[in-house]
Each structure stands twice: as structure tokens, then as C-alpha cells.
Design a protein around this ligand. Structure first.
Ligand code: NAD
Ligand code: UPG
Length: 436
């Protein structure tokens, strides 16, 4: 099939590369000339495990191309994915300017029947809006389908190639057939394609993200209560996760959810509820709790240094919003850097992948270390913000020699309390006793 993907960010690049891998002819379109130039030279623009291998194969074999020219990109395409940003607008609702802008441009460029697919996360009713915009100038027949994406960053290729399910919102039989053919190679293991109308598909995406954000937030509140009540959240997680109605996944307490999706999508769904005059109380609580959770270690840090962080050096391990990605959008680490600096502390940071992105936002306000051990050399304390595997079993002898004080503020519960006790650390974690 000939496919165009408009918007070549995390979702667009993964979508385009994976569909090239299943044998399609894919052209990715982006307005960012530097990005397209780099991709054309065979260089990836994001860090995503496993993407490099299939990207190389498909660019070399000529199935994956890049352009800044929309007309050239969509020429003869049977399906056109819109994988464009839907950032929060001023009031927190999803800003549709990118999607509707491209929809306006598409109409006059269509030469044959095409299925236009909303891959971006878009509020209920967007497919209708896209249809209206394209129809204004279109001379040929077309369909607009909602096909939300559920991939997670860090495991995006695997999620895309082996999806739990594919959700497709369409009321057109013709579009349905095209979509079935397109996705057939990805659902061979028997995972379902779930067809529904466009509005339900759009709502499904927000419901999934909001539910997962709520699940995490619930555990974060249980963790906060555990700290007061002397219980251990890791035991609670195991105790409830084994109940198949609850499930083991997304029960890890920590310093809040971040990333480019949960924060904006929970907010956008709450705005949608507002528009329909519905007071979505749970979502409001989820946002409020998460906001506070991100910097929940700060009071402990301040108290440890008797309220005075001036001149203290705090090392941060982990900057990305989660491991296996260089994405720092809404990363808890950024909020902690801000709070630490506000309190007068010097901050030294280390992350295996996200340093360049942080440099772009924070610049010289923090020091960048080349290794986790360089970051803690002479530091007064260590804070852990992201659970990268390399932080899980560090060389504790090296750590002891480097740190001024044996104190760790762990926002991701990487270590066993017993081990920390045996090693003689003061150890703060989430939803568990403090080791002193
Ligand atoms: N990142 C994820 O893990 C993820 C997962 C599922 C769904 N989503 C949703 O997918 C959508 C895209 O997210 P993303 O993370 O890929 O965003 P992104 O910011 O990484 O990528 C968007 C790309 O679109 C390009 N662009 C902007 N305007 C354009 C135009 N007029 N023409 C062509 N290209 C244009 C940008 O230059 C950028 O490269 C969002 O709605 C998001 O909520 C994201
Ligand atoms: O038990 C858990 C699981 C996750 N998180 C946090 O939740 C956030 C989101 O994590 P994750 O869902 O793994 O990453 P994303 O790449 O943001 O993926 C989410 O957002 C995407 C964009 O919409 C969706 O496609 C995915 O299905 C959805 O999981 C991160 O800050 C994690 O640290 C926790 O705190 N505890």
C-alpha cells in the first residue's frame, strides 16, 4: 500500500517505519526542515529502542522516504496518517490548529480516493471537523477515520508491531476494508481490531490514558498513606496486583506520571467534560494529586539539611520522564531541578539519554555529569528521578566514596529497605518506611 504520514515525531516516525517494515511504501512529511534533512541522511531524530534497525533497513531498501512537501508526500497515497501535535491550548483543551491546518491543505491536493487517518490524540468530534475542512476543497471522494495510537515511548516499536488491540473508528465500509488490510500483519497473533464509530474511538484513547493515570495516582495516594500508617506500598502492590481484576501493571508508586501524553490528555478530557457540562470530579483529583506528587521528596530534602539548601550540591540520577527514552516533556526531574535551585542548591545531573534535551531547556543552570558516579562526586545528597536499569545495581563502594553524606532520596523505589539499612544509608523512598 502507498502510505503518507504527516508529522514525523515520536508517533509519526514509528508509524511510518513500522508500516514500511510490513512492506508498504511510506513517505513521511514534516514541516521541520532540519528533521527531514537528518532523516534523509539516515540519522534518527529520536531515541527509541529497536527503531534504528528497521529504520536503516527500510530507508536503504527505499520503502521509507521523507519530505517537507505535503503535495509530494501524499501523491498517490491510499492512506494518509495525521500524526501531528495536539498540545494543550491556553485553557488546557487540545489545540487542533495543526490537525485542522493540514486538513485545510489536504482537500485540493487529493487526486484519488484516500483514507485520512487521525492518529493523533484528538477530542471527540475531531473526525467530523477534519472531514468538513477537507471537504471544502476536495474534488475526489475520501474518508476520515479515527485510529488512536496506544504505543508507549521506550517500547514504541514493540507496542506498534504487537498491539494489544487496534481501535478503528469509522462508519464507512470502504475505509474499514482499507484499514483491515493495512493492519492485518500486526494482528496476526489474534489481537483484535475493534471497530466502532469515530466519536467512540476518539473517546477510547482519552479513557485509556485517563484510566491509567488514575491507576498510578491511586497507588501514589496509597503510598502517601502507607508512609503515615507504617505500611509498605510494594507489598500492597503485590497484594492487589495478583487479583486479575486489578492487574499487575501500572501500579508502581513514584514521583508522579509525566510525559507528553498523560498530563495533557487527562487535562484535555476534563475540558471535554466541561464542554458537555459534566463535572468529571475524579480527573480533577488525579491532576491535583499528581501535581503535588512530582516534588514530594522536596520537604524531606529540606528537612534533612535543616531547612537550608544554600550552597548544598544535590545530584540527580535520571532526567527523562521514564526510562528508555530521551523525552523530558513533563518530566518530574525538571520540576525538582526548579525547586532545588529556588531553594539555593547547586544541581548536578546525569541521564543516559536525555542530557541534550535538558540542556536545551535548562542550559547552564545545572552541571552535566558524564556518568552517575561523576554526578555524585562531592555531592551532599543523591535524588533518583528515573528508574534507568543502570541505577538499579550501582557500585555502592564507589557511591560511598563519592557522596559527602550517605543519603538518597529515591522517587522510584529502586532499592530494598534492608539493603539500605545494611549499607548504612539514610534512605527516603515512596510509600515505605524511611531508613535512618
Ligand atoms: N508520543 C507518544 O508516545 C504518543 C503516543 C500516542 C499518541 N500520541 C499522540 O500523537 C500525536 C503526535 O505526538 P508526538 O509525540 O509524535 O508529537 P511530536 O511533537 O513528537 O511530533 C509531531 C511532529 O509534527 C510536525 N508538524 C507540526 N506541524 C506540521 C505540519 N503542518 N505538517 C507536517 N508536520 C508538522 C512537527 O514538526 C513534529 O515533528 C499527539 O496527538 C499525541 O498526543 C503520542
Ligand atoms: O506503574 C507506573 C507506570 C507508569 N508510571 C509513570 O507514568 C508515566 C507514563 O508512562 P508510560 O505510560 O509508560 O509512558 P507513555 O509513553 O507516556 O505512554 C502513555 O501515553 C501514550 C500516549 O498517549 C499512550 O499511547 C500509552 O498507551 C500510555 O501508556 C511515566 O511518567 C511513568 O513514570 C508510574 O508512575 N507508575
Amino acid at each position: 500500500m502507498k502510505i503518507a504520514v504527516v508529522g514525523t515525531g515520536y508517533v509519526g516516525l514509528v508509524t511510518g517505519t513500522c508500516f514500511a517494515e510490513t512492506g508498504n511504501q511510506v513517505t513521511c512529511v514534516d514541516i521541520d526542515e532540519r528533521k527531514v534533512e537528518k532523516l534523509r541522511k539516515g540519522k534518527l531524530t529520536i531515541y527509541e529502542p529497536g527503531l534504528d534497525v528497521i529504520f536503516d533497513r527500510n530507508t536503504k531498501e527505499g520503502r521509507l522516504k521523507f519530505t517537507t512537501n505535503l503535495a509530494e508526500g501524499i501523491k498517490d497515497a491510499q492512506v494518509i496518517f495525521l500524526a501531528l501535535p495536539t498540545p494543550p491550548g491556553e485553557d488546557g483543551s487540545a489545540d487542533l490548529k495543526y490537525i485542522l491546518g493540514v486538513a485545510n491543505d489536504l482537500g485540493p491536493l487529493l487526486e484519488n480516493y484516500a483514507v485520512i487517518i487521525d492518529k493523533s490524540t484528538v477530542p471527540v468530534g475531531t473526525a467530523e471537523k477534519v472531514r468538513e475542512r477537507v471537504a471544502k476543497n476536495a474534488k475526489v471522494e475520501f474518508d476520515v477515520v479515527s485510529n488512536p495510537e496506544f504505543l508507549r515511548e521506550g517500547v514504541a516499536v514493540e507496542d506498534f508491531m504487537k498491539p494489544d488491540r487496534v481501535v478503528i473508528g469509522t462508519t464507512s465500509e470502504k475505509a474499514k476494508k482499507v484499514m483491515e488490510k493495512l493492519y492485518a500483519p500486526l494482528v496476526r497473533q489474534g489481537n483484535p481490531i475493534i471497530f466502532m464509530d469515530e466519536r467512540s474511538a476518539e473517546m477510547t484513547k482519552y479513557a485509556a490514558n485517563a484510566f491509567l493515570a488514575m491507576k498510578i495516582t491511586f497507588m501514589n495516594e496509597i503510598a502517601n498513606l502507607c508512609e503515615k500508617a507504617g505500611a509498605n506500598v510494594d507489598d500492597i502492590r503485590r497484594g492487589i496486583g495478583t487479583d486479575s481484576r486489578i492487574g499487575k501493571r501500572f501500579l508502581f508508586a513514584g514521583i508522579g506520571y509525566g510525559g507528553s501524553c498523560f498530563p495533557k490528555d487527562v487535562q484535555a478530557l476534563e475540558k471535554t467534560a466541561n464542554e458537555f457540562d459534566y463535572d468529571f470530579k475524579i480527573l480533577k483529583s488525579v491532576m491535583k494529586v499528581n501535581e503535588k506528587q512530582k516534588t514530594k521528596m522536596m520537604p524531606h530534602v529540606k528537612a534533612y539539611f535543616d531547612g537550608d539548601l544554600k550552597g548544598k550540591t544535590i545530584a540527580l540520577w535520571g532526567l527523562a520522564f521514564k526510562p528508555h527514552t530521551d523525552d523530558i516533556r513533563e518530566a518530574p526531574a525538571l520540576y525538582n531541578i526548579k525547586e532545588l535551585r529556588k531553594a539555593g542548591a547547586k544541581v548536578v545531573v546525569y541521564d543516559p539519554e536525555a542530557m541534550e534535551n535538558v540542556r536545551g531547556v535548562v542550559g547552564k543552570k545545572v552541571k552535566y555529569a558524564k556518568s552517575p558516579y561523576e554526578a555524585i562526586e562531592g555531592a551532599d545528597a543523591l535524588m533518583i528521578m528515573t528508574e534507568w536499569p543502570e541505577f538499579r545495581t550501582p557500585d555502592f563502594d564507589k557511591m560511598e566514596a563519592a557522596l559527602k553524606n550517605k543519603v538518597i532520596f529515591d522517587g522510584r523505589n529502586l532499592y530494598e529497605l534492608k539493603d539500605m539499612r545494611d549499607l548504612g544509608y539514610t534512605y527516603f523512598s515512596v510509600g515505605r518506611d524511611t531508613v535512618k
